[in-house]
Design a protein around this ligand. Structure first.
Ligand SMILES: [Cu+2]
Length: 234
C-alpha cells in the first residue's frame, strides 16, 4: 500500500503528502477544513446576497472577560443576511487544539449539516460557506471535550435569527445553571462547627500562652546553640 501511494505521488496523482483531501475534508499537519463551500447555492437562494469577511479568534485570553469560563471565541454573535456568503478566517491564539463548528446547515450541501474548521495549535485557516435563506440561529462551538461547557460557544444569526441559543457567554443564561449544593446532614454541620472551633481556638491558645511559647522556643534555640558549639570544639 505504501509503495502504491509513493508511486501515485511520484506520478502526481496525489499532489501532496501532507495535505489530504477526503471528499469534503482538507487536512494537513496544522489543521483541518471540512465541508467548505464557496460556490454551491442553497436551494432556497437564487444568488449570493452579500459577501461577509469574518475573522474569528479562539483562545483562553478571550475568556478572561467571562467569569468562570476558560475558553472562548473573541466574539459570541455574528449577523448576516439570508443567502450570505461568509468568508471565515479562523485564528487559534492558543497552543492547544480548537475547533470552529457550525451546525444545523442543510445536509444536501454540508454533510451532517456541519461546517468544521480545526487548528491543532496556534495558527490560521480560511474557508467559506453560503448560508440558506431561512431566518435561523446557528450554533457555533468547539467540540473538544469541555471547551463548549467552559465557554467556547457562539451563534450566527441569519435574517435576525430565531432567538438566542442557551449559555452563550455574555448573551444568554444556561438552561440549567451549574449548582454545587451542600448536603447539610448532621455530620456536615458537626464537621463545619468543629473546623470553626479549631480555627478560633488555635490563635486563642497562641495569644494566651505567648509568654511560655516564647520561653520554650528560646530554650530550644539555646540548646541547639550549645550543641553546635560543642560539636565545633570536638
Ligand atoms: Cu477549543
Amino acid at each position: 500500500m505504501k509503495v502504491l501511494l509513493t508511486g501515485l505521488m511520484m506520478l502526481g496523482v496525489i499532489g501532496s503528502a501532507s495535505a489530504m483531501n477526503h471528499g469534503g475534508m482538507l487536512m494537513d499537519e496544522k489543521g483541518m477544513i471540512m465541508n467548505a463551500n464557496s460556490d454551491d447555492l442553497p436551494r432556497d437562494c437564487p444568488k449570493i446576497s452579500e459577501n461577509v469577511d469574518i475573522t474569528i479568534r479562539a483562545g483562553q485570553k478571550h475568556a478572561l472577560k467571562f467569569t468562570g469560563k476558560m475558553f472562548a471565541f473573541d466574539q459570541q454573535e455574528w449577523n448576516v443576511k439570508p443567502c450570505a456568503k461568509i468568508n471565515i478566517t479562523f485564528i487559534n491564539d492558543d497552543q492547544i487544539r480548537h475547533q470552529l463548528m457550525i451546525h444545523g446547515l442543510p445536509g444536501y450541501l454540508y454533510p451532517e449539516g456541519m461546517f468544521h474548521l480545526e487548528l491543532y495549535g496556534e495558527g490560521q485557516l480560511q474557508a467559506s460557506l453560503i448560508m440558506p435563506s431561512l431566518k435561523k440561529t446557528y450554533l457555533v462551538h468547539c467540540e473538544v471535550p469541555q471547551h463548549m461547557e467552559k465557554g467556547m460557544k457562539a451563534q450566527i444569526k441569519v435574517d435576525g435569527g430565531d432567538g438566542d441559543l442557551p449559555s452563550i457567554p455574555g448573551i444568554s443564561a444556561p438552561v440549567k445553571a451549574d449548582i454545587y449544593p451542600v448536603d447539610w446532614t448532621q455530620l456536615t454541620t458537626a464537621v463545619l462547627l468543629l473546623c470553626v472551633l479549631a480555627g478560633c481556638s488555635i490563635p486563642y491558645f497562641v495569644i494566651v500562652n505567648a509568654r511560655s511559647i516564647k520561653e520554650a522556643i528560646q530554650k530550644i534555640l539555646t540548646k541547639l546553640n550549645f550543641k553546635s558549639k560543642q560539636s565545633s570544639i570536638n
